[in-house]
Design a protein around this ligand. Structure first.
Ligand code: NAD
Length: 512
């Protein structure tokens, strides 16, 4: 059962896609696919609207975000219903991942954008400071293309849009075709909040619309999705010398030390692996537990996992896999692991009691590092546990990966936690916590290795939607430059004396 199925249309007619619920497999509507021409029209409108928006003070732009926040709080049930219908996720997942984070992103950036985007004086070094002043002025890029995935369809469409708009840009947003209405909510929200026409257009469609957006002539692409598509987007951007931020897949390791609070660590492993049914880029996807505590830790993880409930309505903990192809990937990884000797302690199969795309929460042991389940992004509710000799082996294996998005370390010793965290090659690390770094908006969030390029949050993320223009001002109105020529032997030797003084003497080195 495909969740997104092309509908046959007359030649030359606009393409259409039919959608089904991953929870019930029932039809839930259709979308029209935005064409290259639609993208071009939206871009033209964005270009018309953006200069006036960029000309407004940041505080005024922030007012739109505050209004959007009020509307979101008031209409959250309506918004949640759309997200739940398309993704099947439990209300609490939708509330925590989509709504809570969305409110927090709106408030966090609305409150701080003015300060983060304020032009600032930067002291110059050495003798340059005597003659020049430097101002750093964040200037909007123009029009930003935002392309988002299906796992967090509202927040991952909203957050980059909020930051790009606050920085003075217009946005063309292309949500995933798997969850288009959840992404479209972002457009509805900002229209209701009074965002001027043309500044934000939502373009529904699949990869073809996404590719058209990348090629349309925007000024930046902010992409969140898989490594494979991210690479294609990056290649297209490179050809056009277009900046892009890429937030891609992960295979987050969890390191459990011998001195960890095992109950908390087991709780963290279960929440980290099964939150959103494992469909989070920084889900815990592999555990390295020190031999001395491995049996007890595993026992507690299995006990908690067995208590999890899957369902379609009412109170339940885990929803379906949102995209059918992902379910096949999950099944493939588990099957290969079993074939190579892994043991299933619980789960390990589709849920036979539910019609939708449900995979039971699964714990695996006796895994080895050559299995896909330890190397490829599974993006599902599967937790493989590998017993290691000590923390050094855990860190070595954690780093033996092409991914580097997040990680988590569990220990009672704060110094050990920090030491191990900084030995792991990932964009962010939690100590005695998990899946939190995206929600701490102060923290620049971004992947290393194949997990991405650039940052989405923190001042670094917001400034990523700007060009930081350097304005160098001569303190003497250009008097020295006016006397620049003619060159002479005396001028040359004067310069050489200055160089010797600056970099060849103790006093000079103190000055520079
Ligand atoms: P995907 O790469 O299949 O699709 C992402 C988006 O790209 C969709 O909107 C899709 O329509 C569009 N797209 C497809 N082909 C395109 C093309 N040629 N040009 C431009 N756009 C194109 O990813 P997905 O399956 O929707 O999402 C799951 C992936 O996203 C996982 O790998 C997950 O780890 C990753 N993800 C990363 C983060 C992060 O912050 N690092 C967050 C959430 C999800």
């Amino acid at each position: 059962m495909a969740i997104v199925t092309p509908i046959e249309v007359a030649p030359g007619a606009r393409r259409r896609l039919a959608l089904a619920s991953p929870a019930s497999l029932e039809p839930i509507g259709e979308i029209e696919v935005a064409s290259r021409e639609d993208v071009a029209r939206a871009l033209a409108a964005a270009r018309r609207a953006q200069p006036a928006w960029a000309g407004r003070p940041t505080a005024e732009r922030a007012q739109v975000m505050w209004r959007a926040l009020e509307i979101l709080l008031a209409k959250q049930e309506e918004y949640l219903a759309v997200i739940e219908r398309e993704s099947g996720k439990p209300k609490t997942d939708a509330l925590m991942i989509e709504m809570f984070s969305a409110c927090d992103a709106l408030a966090y950036f609305a409150k701080r954008a003015e300060r983060m985007l304020r032009p600032r004086k930067q002291r110059l070094h050495g003798i340059l400071a005597l003659a020049k002043q430097l101002r750093l002025v964040p200037r909007p890029l123009g029009v930003v293309g935002v392309i988002s995935p299906w796992n967090g369809p509202f927040i991952l469409s909203l957050n980059p849009t909020v930051q790009a708009l606050l920085a003075g840009n217009a946005v063309l947003l292309k949500p995933s075709e798997v969850t288009p209405r959840s992404g479209a909510l972002v457009g509805e929200l900002f229209a209701a909040a009074g965002l001027p026409d043309g500044l934000l257009s939502v373009l529904l469609g699949d990869g073809e619309t996404g590719a058209a957006l990348v090629e349309a002539g925007v000024d930046k692409i902010s992409f969140t999705g898989s490594v494979a598509t991210g690479r294609r987007v990056a290649e297209a951007c490179a050809r056009q010398l277009l900046p892009c931020t890429l937030e891609l897949g992960g295979k987050d390791p969890m390191v459990v030390c011998a001195d960890a609070d095992l109950d908390r660590a087991a709780g963290g492993a279960v929440a980290g692996a099964f939150f959103n049914a494992g469909q989070i880029c920084f889900s815990t996807e592999r555990v390295y537990v020190v031999d001395a505590v491995a049996d007890e830790f595993t026992r507690r993880v299995v006990e908690r996992t067995r208590a999890l409930r899957q369902g379609v309505s009412g109170e339940f903990d885990l929803g379906p896999i949102i995209w059918p192809r992902q379910l096949e990937i999950i099944e493939g990884h588990v099957a290969e692991a079993i074939e190579k000797g892994a043991k299933v302690l619980c789960g390990g199969r589709r849920n036979p009691h539910l019609a939708g795309l449900y995979y039971e929460p699964t714990v695996l042991v006796d895994v080895t590092h050559d299995m896909k389940i330890m190397r490829e992004e599974t993006f599902g509710p599967v937790l493989p546990i590998l017993r290691v000799r000590d923390e050094d082996e855990a860190v070595r294996l954690a780093n033996d990966s092409r991914y580097g998005l997040g990680a988590n370390v569990w220990t009672r010793d704060a110094a050990r936690g920090l030491r191990l965290a900084t030995q792991i090659d990932s964009g962010s690390v939690c100590v005695n916590d998990m899946t939190m770094t995206y929600g701490a908006f102060e923290a620049p969030f971004g992947g290393r290795k194949e997990s991405g390029v650039g940052f989405v949050n923190g001042p670094e993320g917001l400034l990523g939607y700007c060009h930081l223009q350097a304005v160098l001002i001569d303190r003497f109105g250009g008097r020295q430059i006016a006397a620049h020529y003619p060159y002479s032997a005396a001028r040359t030797s004067q310069m050489q004396r200055i160089m010797r003084l600056l970099w060849g003497s103790r006093l000079g080195r103190w000055l520079v």
